[in-house]
Design a binder for this molecule. Structure first.
Ligand SMILES: Cc1cc2nc3c(=O)[nH]c(=O)nc-3n(C[C@H](O)[C@H](O)[C@H](O)COP(=O)(O)OP(=O)(O)OC[C@H]3O[C@@H](n4cnc5c(N)ncnc54)[C@H](O)[C@@H]3O)c2cc1C
Length: 452
C-alpha cells in the first residue's frame, strides 16, 4: 500500500460533554437517554441521518421477544420504547399486549427516538462519523469526528462505543476477536420493504406453512416457492428468514444471506450491498410470478445499512461464555436477564452447518419458560481504557453467546446500563471497572430494569 503524510493541523473542538456516545443504534440510543436522564450532558454521534441503527437505516423488521414467558424479562427503557412505539402505531399488526417479535415500523421508531432524545435533552449530531481517538495514557480525552463541517474534536469525561463494530475501541487499542477461530463471520443480510402484497393471500400461505413460533427460521413460509428458476448466486442464497406485516400491503423482510462479508471493511461492504440488492431484485421478480399474494409486489426500499450480525468482540475485564449461559450463572454486577437462545447463522452455504446452527437456536440453547440467564456489567468494560464502555453487539462474549446477546431488546438494556454507569463515572471520576455495582443495580431497578 502507498502512503501519504497528513500535515499536522489544529482541530476545532466541537464541544465538551460528560458522556460522548458514538453510534446511535439501539445500544447507543438507550445509552444516551439513560445518561441524560441521570443528569449528564450528552452528545450522541451517528453516521446516518436517523437513530435506531439496524432497526431503522438497516430496515430490520422486528424486535426479538422480550421474554419466552408472560412477564417481559427485558424492561426499563427497552420496554418503554416498545410501549411508546405501540402508542404511535409503529408496531404493525403486533397485538397490544404482546412483547413477542414485535413489528418495527422504521419511520415511526425514527420519530420516537428523536422525541426521546429531545425529552431527555440529548444533543444529537447526524451525518457524523467517528474516525479517531486521542488518548492520554489509558484514558480517551477526545474523539475525532468528520462531517460537512470538516474534521473536529469532541472532548468528554466518559465515552460509549455503540458503533456495533467496536470502531472506537479498536482505534483506542482495545484488543478484540473477530468471527470464529478462522476469522469466518456470519453472513450478512440486506433487509428490505415491499408494497402491493395481498396480505390476506400471503397470510393464508404463512399459516399453512409456518412451522411454529419457536422456529424462528420461518423460511418455510415461502421457501417452497423459491424454485429452480431463481438465478444461482455464488456468494449468496435466498433463504427466507423473517417477514413482518407493516400494514396497507407493506411488508418488511429480513431475507437471504451474503457470505464472506467483513462489516469493518469498506470494499467488502460495498460488494455486499450491491450483491444484496441483486439478490432482492431476483427475489421480487421471482415472487411476482410464483408466490401467492406477491403478484403486484413492488420493492419499496432496501436498507441503507447492511445487516451485519457480527464483527469485533472486544476483550473485556470479563468474558461471558456459553458455560455461564448454560449454568445460569449469577453475578454481583448483573445488569440484565434474558432467555433469547443462541442465534448464530452458519458462515457458509453448507446444509450440514445450517442444520447445526438451526438446532442451536430451536433446541440446544432454548431455556424452559420462566428461566433466564444473567448478564454482568463487566462484559461492557474493555481492558486497557478506563473511561470507555461497549454496549451492543461488540461486547465481551464468546461467539455463541454474542449470538444471543446481539438482539435489539438486550442491546437497549445494555445501553441503559452503560449510559447510567457513564453518567455516574462522569460525576465521580472513577474508572469504569471500579463502578459501584450495587448502586448501579439499585438505580437500574429504580429505572424499571430487571436485574435479577
Ligand atoms: C439482518 C439482521 C436481522 C436482525 N433481526 C433482528 C430481529 O429480528 N430482532 C432483533 O431484536 N434483532 C435483530 N437483529 C440484531 C440487531 O438488529 C442488531 O444486532 C442490533 O441493532 C445491534 O445494536 P447496536 O446498537 O449494537 O448496533 P447497530 O444497530 O448496528 O447500530 C450501530 C450504529 O452506529 C452507527 N455507526 C457505526 N459506526 C459508526 C462510526 N464510526 N461513527 C458514527 N456512527 C457509527 C451506525 O450507523 C448505527 O446507527 C438483526 C440483525 C441483522 C444483521
Amino acid at each position: 500500500m502507498k502512503y501519504i503524510t497528513e500535515p499536522k493541523k489544529k482541530l476545532p473542538v466541537y464541544g465538551n460533554f460528560d458522556v460522548v456516545v458514538c453510534g446511535g443504534g439501539p445500544a447507543g440510543s438507550a445509552s444516551a437517554i439513560s445518561a441524560a436522564r441521570n443528569g449528564a450532558k450528552v452528545l450522541l454521534i451517528e453516521q446516518t441521518g436517523c437513530l435506531g441503527g439496524m432497526s431503522t437505516a438497516g430496515l430490520g423488521p422486528t424486535m426479538a421477544p422480550f421474554t419466552n414467558d408472560r412477564e417481559p424479562f427485558i424492561r426499563g427503557i427497552a420496554l418503554e420504547v416498545l410501549n411508546r412505539l405501540k402508542e404511535i402505531g409503529g408496531t404493525g399488526d403486533t397485538p397490544k399486549s404482546s412483547t413477542m417479535w414485535p413489528v418495527i415500523d422504521s419511520e415511526k421508531i425514527k420519530l420516537l427516538y428523536d422525541t426521546l432524545m429531545e425529552e431527555a435533552g440529548v444533543k444529537v449530531l447526524f451525518f457524523t462519523g467517528v474516525f479517531n481517538v486521542q488518548k492520554i495514557k489509558n484514558k480517551i480525552i477526545a474523539v475525532i469526528i468528520e462531517n460537512k463541517n470538516g474534521r473536529q474534536a469532541v472532548t468528554g469525561k466518559t465515552f460509549i462505543d455503540a458503533t456495533g463494530d467496536a470502531d472506537l475501541s479498536a482505534m483506542a487499542g482495545v484488543p478484540f476477536e473477530k468471527g470464529d477461530n478462522k476469522g469466518k463471520m456470519q453472513p450478512v443480510t440486506l433487509c428490505f420493504t415491499a408494497a402491493g402484497i395481498d396480505t390476506e393471500k400471503f397470510k393464508t400461505l404463512r399459516n399453512v406453512t409456518f412451522k411454529g413460533l419457536n422456529a424462528k427460521m420461518t423460511e418455510a413460509t415461502i421457501n417452497p416457492y423459491l424454485g429452480k428458476s431463481l438465478p444461482d448466486m455464488k456468494h449468496g442464497e435466498y433463504r427466507y428468514i423473517v417477514n413482518k406485516n407493516l400494514g396497507n400491503g407493506v411488508w418488511g423482510f429480513n431475507f437471504g444471506h451474503v457470505y464472506n462479508i467483513d462489516g469493518t471493511d469498506a470494499d467488502s461492504l460495498s460488494f455486499g450491498m450491491a450483491y444484496g440488492r441483486k439478490l432482492i431484485d431476483n427475489f421480487i421478480k421471482h415472487a411476482r410470478k410464483h408466490v401467492p399474494g406477491f403478484e403486484n409486489a413492488q420493492l419499496l426500499q432496501t436498507g441503507q445499512l447492511m445487516g451485519v450480525r457480527e464483527t469485533r468482540r472486544i476483550k473485556g475485564i470479563y468474558k461471558y461464555t456459553i458455560g455461564d449461559y448454560t449454568s445460569l450463572k449469577t453475578f454481583d454486577d448483573t445488569i440484565a436477564v434474558y432467555d433469547y437462545p443462541v442465534d448464530v447463522h452458519a458462515p457458509t452455504k453448507s446444509k450440514k452447518l445450517y442444520k447445526k446452527h438451526e438446532k442451536q437456536f430451536t433446541a440446544d440453547y432454548v431455556l424452559p419458560a420462566g428461566k433466564y440467564y444473567s448478564i454482568p456489567f463487566r462484559i461492557l468494560v474493555p481492558v486497557k481504557i478506563e473511561n470507555l464502555l461497549v454496549p451492543g453487539r461488540s461486547l465481551s462474549a464468546d461467539r455463541l453467546t454474542q449470538g444471543a446477546f446481539r438482539v435489539i431488546p438486550l442491546c437497549l438494556a445494555f445501553g441503559e446500563a452503560a449510559g447510567l454507569a457513564a453518567a455516574m463515572a462522569a460525576k465521580k471520576g472513577n474508572a469504569m471497572k471500579d463502578t459501584d455495582f450495587a448502586l448501579l443495580r439499585k438505580k437500574l431497578k429504580a429505572q424499571g430494569a430487571k436485574v435479577g
